[in-house]
Design a binder for this molecule. Structure first.
Ligand code: NAD
Length: 449
């Protein structure tokens, strides 16, 4: 099938490449000239496991093309996917300006039947707007259908998620586009769910809001464990083994970030408000998440009340492992708090250093290795659980640090190993290892020989 994908970001590039890999002829369109030029020269704009190989293979075979001309994309395709960004506006609502800009060009250029598929995450009713706008502004007397096909891929495993989705949602009441899109998606071997367009639009927000709710819920349970005693990992195992709850998304941490959960939770609250409904649960989810991002530095301050002039190391900057995405990353809050408290920051991320430089500029020191980051700092804060940070040589870390203070925002280490290694160790929702604990352990060790 001939397809175009408009917006060559995480969703557009991965979807376009995967559709090409399955034998379709795909034109990826973006307004960013540098990105398109780079892709034509083999430069990937994002990091995703396996993506580079698929893009390279399909670009070379001619299945995948890159252009800045949306008109070219429209002319080359039967199905046009809209995969542009829909970032948060000041008021929390989704900014639909890119979607509207794309709809305008489609109306001006299409001259035969097209299926316009919205893959961007958009508020309920956006499909109606696109349909009415194109109907009112199209220059050619041709037919078209607008379908909502929300995307559920996760950054860090985007290719695998796209190739093996849990489900494909096709939101339309019309049988013609539904049949064509069924055919297009059959190679993914995933269940296909047919819904009306409104429901498909809501499904995406409801899915993200629900997952975000699980995260904020377990983070609050972690906070209760810290205050009252208990270990959130044991609690999570205890509740997660109930199949009605499931053990997914029950890892306590420093809060969620990224391009989706923060903006989508705010947007569904806004949409609800526009329809006269106060979405209290998700409103609280957002509030809890903001507070959670501050817990690491708050814990550090209980150990080092005056951070002025002290150098602190931060491991992990991307919002999660296996991505270079810094959007709404908890590291942004952590580093902002540290700088506001007068601390100096040394930081390292395996992949997101360039993106981090755009965010923090010259306010922090960027280090090439974990060892360089930790050397001569007063404490280490582990913010993103990249594999390499889960397997540190703890003896070496302790030797490099000025004080053995380790704040773990992702529960990467066992309490026993941290105690044995001699760290003052604060994690999330688990007992802390304090200087007194260490002293007591040593006394016991001294007595027992
Ligand atoms: P992104 O910012 O990575 O990419 C968007 C791309 O659209 C950019 O390259 C930008 O230059 C391009 N663009 C903007 N206006 C354009 C225009 N008028 N014409 C052509 N290109 C244009 O965004 P993303 O992360 O891929 O997200 C895209 C959509 O998919 C959003 O609605 C997002 O919520 C949704 N989504 C994202 C993810 C994810 O994990 N990133 C997952 C599921 C759904």
């Amino acid at each position: 099938m001939n397809l175009s994908v408009v917006g060559t970001g995480y969703v557009g590039l991965v979807s376009g490449a995967c559709f090409a890999e399955l034998g379709n002829q795909v034109t990826c369109v973006d307004i960013d000239e540098e990105k398109i030029e780079g892709l034509r020269n083999g430069v990937m704009p994002i990091y995703e496991p396996d993506l580079e190989e698929i893009v390279e293979r399909n670009y070379e075979s001619g299945n995948l093309e890159f252009t800045t001309s949306l008109a070219e994309g429209v002319n080359n395709s039967d199905v046009i996917f809209i995969a542009v960004g829909t970032p948060s506006q000041e008021d929390g609502g989704a900014d639909l300006s890119a979607v509207k800009a794309v709809a305008k060009v489609i109306a001006e250029t299409m001259d035969e039947y097209k299926i316009i598929v919205d893959k961007s995450t958009v508020p309920v009713g956006t499909g109606d707007w696109v349909e009415e706008f194109i109907a009112d502004n199209k220059v050619s007397d041709c037919d078209f259908d607008v379908v909502s096909c929300p995307e559920f891929l996760r950054e860090g495993s985007a290719v695998s998620d796209t190739m093996h989705p849990d489900r494909v949602v096709i939101g339309t009441n019309d049988s013609k586009p539904a049949k064509i899109l069924d055919e297009l998606h059959q190679d993914f071997e995933a269940p296909i769910l047919h819904t009306d367009r409104y429901s498909a639009e809501i499904i995406k927000y409801a899915a993200n809001a629900f997952l975000a709710t699980k995260i904020s819920f377990i983070n609050e349970i972690a906070n209760i464990c810290e205050a009252a005693g208990g270990n959130v990992e044991e609690v999570a195992a205890g509740i997660g083994s109930d199949h009605r709850i499931s053990d997914k998304f029950l890892r306590a941490g420093v809060g969620f970030g990224g391009a989706c959960f923060p903006k989508d939770t705010k947007a569904i609250v806004k949409t609800a408000a526009e329809h006269g409904y106060d979405f209290k649960v998700v409103n609280s989810v957002v509030e809890v998440n903001e507070q959670q991002k501050e817990t690491m530095v708050n814990k550090l301050k209980t150990l080092l009340p005056n951070l002025t002039g002290k150098t602190i190391s931060v491991l992990g900057l991307a919002f999660k492992p296996n991505t270079d995405d810094m959007r709404e990353a908890p590291s942004r809050t952590v580093i902002k708090q540290l700088l506001e408290a007068g601390a100096e920051v040394k930081a390292h991320d395996p992949i997101a250093m360039d993106e981090a430089k755009e965010v923090f500029g010259d306010k922090i020191e960027y280090c090439e290795t974990t060892e360089e980051t930790i050397t001569d700092t007063e404490a280490v804060l582990l913010v993103t659980e990249w594999d390499k940070f889960q397997d540190l040589d703890l003896e070496e870390v302790k030797d490099l640090l000025n004080k053995p203070i380790f704040i773990d925002g992702r529960n990467c280490y066992e309490l026993e190993e941290m105690e044995e290694a001699g760290f003052i160790y604060h994690s999330v929702g688990r007992p802390t290892i304090s200087a007194d604990d260490l002293a007591a352990t040593r006394e016991v060790a001294a007595v027992t020989g």
